[in-house]
Write a protein that binds this ligand. Structure first.
Ligand SMILES: [Zn+2]
Length: 254
């Protein structure tokens, strides 16, 4: 290695030619970064992401990719559109996720896959084209697949995951087997989701939902309780909020 002189001389003034900004190689697209102080309209942002999609020849765009190619921060998108998915929906594209995927993005995507399949997705099914987010991202965030699904149920019902987990494991009270119970069973995550979905993720009595009101907790409960030979099946289950559920006791509600 050649030795450098320890006496550094000040750099000579660069010539006008050398100071000229060079455009980035392979940068045939509109360079949005030079307009970073300009407030983009929603339409301009949509045009920008479509341009990235066209250039990369894919409908699946991640926020990170968009930011790298357009120079527009994903924070701008979140501020304007709420989530990356909502932005992609508006642009007619599909969201892909990389580093920086939020918990809500993960749950939102799982909810969509669950709806598409009409049943609880299996971990190995979480891949494109069905799922924009891979299974590994879920396992990294939530630990295992059961907890992932549990978190979705908690998110959609506004109830703590621990409470749902306990209810999932608890066998309904019976009168000691003297009734006509076929099989008193706890409410599984999959069945719970079905009941919530049938009720449009709202309380069937007052219509309140955690999606548009903070603090609302939805419970999935038996219309005819287990102690009165009510079965754990879709037709005997309903979604009610904490308030409507209070004081119900063993009365028949339906
Ligand atoms: Zn209610």
């Amino acid at each position: 290695m050649a030795c450098r002189s320890p006496n550094r001389r000040p750099k000579p003034n660069l010539s006008r030619r050398r100071r000229t900004y060079q455009s980035k190689p392979n940068c045939s697209m509109t360079d949005y970064s030079i307009r970073r102080f300009h407030k983009y309209s929603d339409d301009e942002l949509i045009v920008a992401v479509r341009e990235v999609s066209r250039k990369l020849n894919t409908d699946f765009i991640a926020g990170q990719t968009f930011q790298e190619h357009s120079g527009i921060s994903t924070h701008t998108i979140e501020r304007r559109f709420g989530t990356w998915k909502k932005f992609c929906d508006k642009a007619g594209l599909k969201p892909a996720y990389t580093r920086g995927t939020t918990r809500n993005d993960l749950l939102d995507n799982l909810h969509e896959v669950w709806q598409k399949l009409g049943r609880q997705p299996r971990a190995k099914e979480m891949k494109q084209p069905l799922s924009a987010i891979s299974c590994s991202a879920y396992l990294k965030e939530f630990g295992n697949w059961y907890d992932t699904c549990l978190q979705l149920l908690s998110w959609k019902s506004g109830a703590p995951a621990k409470e749902i987990e306990q209810e999932t494991k608890r066998t309904p009270t019976t009168n000691g087997g003297a009734d006509k119970h076929r099989s008193p069973r706890p409410i599984t995550l999959s069945l719970r989701y079905e009941v919530l979905k049938r009720g449009n993720f709202k309380c069937v009595k007052c219509g309140r939902s955690p999606a548009n009101e903070v603090g609302v907790r939805l419970h999935v409960n038996h219309r005819i309780p287990g102690s009165k030979a009510g079965e754990t099946e879709l037709s005997n289950l309903q979604t009610t909020c904490s308030d409507c559920n209070l004081g119900k006791g063993n009365r028949h509600s339906g």
